[in-house]
Design a protein around this ligand. Structure first.
Ligand code: ZN
Length: 99
């Protein structure tokens, strides 16, 4: 299970042990169990992960129909997976301030 870090106090938030979670406008929010601050991943990371998912789908479809040979499709799919994984692992979190 991935562990997120609270941007406010640096406390490690285990997704399973998070004080609370909620969704605001499609964005996944996490509450820190220590300082009760809400945080979410930065917008750029969310966009990058979506791009990664799309690349993955394109690569899978290409691989399925063997467009561009047997190598290119799976290679593109792999690039999509790596892109999505990278954003998951290295995305910084942003403190969410409720309006
Ligand atoms: Zn915190």
């Amino acid at each position: 299970m991935k562990i997120q870090q609270c941007p406010a106090c640096g406390h490690k938030i285990n997704l399973k042990q998070a004080a609370a979670t909620k969704k605001v406008k499609g964005t996944f929010m996490l509450q820190c169990g220590k300082c009760k601050e809400w945080s979410h991943e930065c917008q750029r990371a969310a966009i990058l992960r979506n791009v990664g998912s799309v690349v993955l789908i394109i690569g899978s479809v290409m691989g399925y129909f063997q467009l561009g040979g047997v190598i290119l499709g799976p290679l593109i799919a792999l690039a999509g997976v790596l892109l999505a994984l990278t954003t998951l692992l290295f995305a910084s979190r942003v403190i969410y301030s409720a309006p």
